[in-house]
Design a protein around this ligand. Sequence first.
Ligand SMILES: Cc1cc2nc3c(=O)[nH]c(=O)nc-3n(C[C@H](O)[C@H](O)[C@H](O)COP(=O)(O)OP(=O)(O)OC[C@H]3O[C@@H](n4cnc5c(N)ncnc54)[C@H](O)[C@@H]3O)c2cc1C
Length: 457
Amino acid sequence: MSDQPSKKQIAIIGAGLTGLVTAYALLSTGHTVVVLESALQPGGMISSFPMGKDRIEYIYHHVFTHDQELIRLLAELGLQNRLKWYKPRDALYTGRRLYPFSTPLDLLRFTPIPLHQRLRTGLTVLKAAKVQDWKQLEKETAAQWLLRNSGREAYERIWRPLLRAKFDKDAEEVSAVWIWNKFKLRGHSRDKDAGSEKLGYMDGSFGLLIDTLTSRICQMGGRLLTGHTVMNISNSEQGQGYRVSCILENCQTVNFACDALVATVSGRQFAGMSTSLNWPDTYSRKLNHLQYKGDLCLILRLRQPLSPYYWTTVCDDLPFVVVIEHTNLVSSERYGGHVVYLSRYLDITDPLWSEPDGAVFRQFVQGLNRLFPHFSTADVIDWRLKRTHYAQPVIVRAYSGQMPGIDTPAPLIKLAGMAQIYPEDRGMNYAVRLGYDAADALRRDLDTTSRDCRTAP
Ligand SMILES: Cc1cc2nc3c(=O)[nH]c(=O)nc-3n(C[C@H](O)[C@H](O)[C@H](O)COP(=O)(O)OP(=O)(O)OC[C@H]3O[C@@H](n4cnc5c(N)ncnc54)[C@H](O)[C@@H]3O)c2cc1C
């Protein structure tokens, strides 16, 4: 008898970076893989579109020097030379003024807070880098930890607006682990001497990574089906394996039979599509307990630059919370204009979430005009708005006990969504890691089941 495990049919739900990496890793084991994606193009949050002579993401993206899993994958795919490193300049907008905010020296010169609290703020970041056991921070909120370490004014002027910018109404609930991790990781991406940060961006956009993964998957015999929205996962009527039902653009339903599957969607979406599996109550509660923030990201192509800064954090009350002037990182020549993203994380119960695109555009550009009085709507060449429903998991206290694992209660069904990245936060690097981890977990189970079948009397 052969020792080779038999070839299995595997369905992957979602063709974002996690789903594509999972498919790529599983195909190398000889199984048959189909990736089902609801959108009309792969890439999920890293989807891109043509602009000028190049292509660009709908949502701003860059990488850090410590994003080693992603950097390794780029090398494996022959794309390492496409990743270029830059030293951007950052700013902070508060009290209707723009302050440079890239280096420790900028923090020392940040007059809106008293000097001793500037020093304490700097020490807070250094202290975070020294924390060895992040579990000790799980009991505390980021707000409590920052207040205690940096002081009231630093908290009110810098940290509170930053937490609100990312988590909106849930800002006060966010765990100290989240902010600790941000300090630690961002610290690693800094130059040892000048203290400024180094960020990476791919020539040709991260869409090139998605294209290359997609073509590798097809070359290895995998199939990618876009426009296939998974509605339901059920046990197969034949007794073994699963049936995945999808709805197509034309409202037709198609079913796929598979032995195993990996869902790379949010916990809540997974709960919705898998009700037929009758999960134990404790597991359903875990999935439905996960909280996410949505994101509105407006990309503008402008005739003129706005500022010398790549990243401007907005602490004053404006409709958006961050301005990313992409063409202060890379040259504007390739796009035929200056590219600026305006982003706002929000609860999807916020009325702004349901406003038509044109209304969001108007509010955002009015806000931009308050920030940069020289900016006028006549400077806008074109714009697009991207809405992401499950954009940012809310990492609360004691999250390690609440997070669902990659294994689900069902044999050969795995879940690999952004809310399962912890103690780090979501990001392309961790999507790559999660994709490989999900493939490993499934491969292990497939090997065990095929060994059990071979040894059964
Ligand atoms: C505003 C913002 C800025 C970001 N900036 C950065 C950055 O600078 N650097 C960085 O590293 N990371 C950044 N990220 C994070 C990064 O984009 C994500 O971590 C990564 O893309 C997640 O990939 P994923 O495959 O897990 O999820 P997704 O990209 O969300 O992929 C999931 C896929 O599943 C599909 N899907 C959902 N439901 C179904 C269904 N029922 N049937 C079939 N398919 C379905 C979706 O269409 C999607 O394509 C940012 C994210 C946001 C929102």
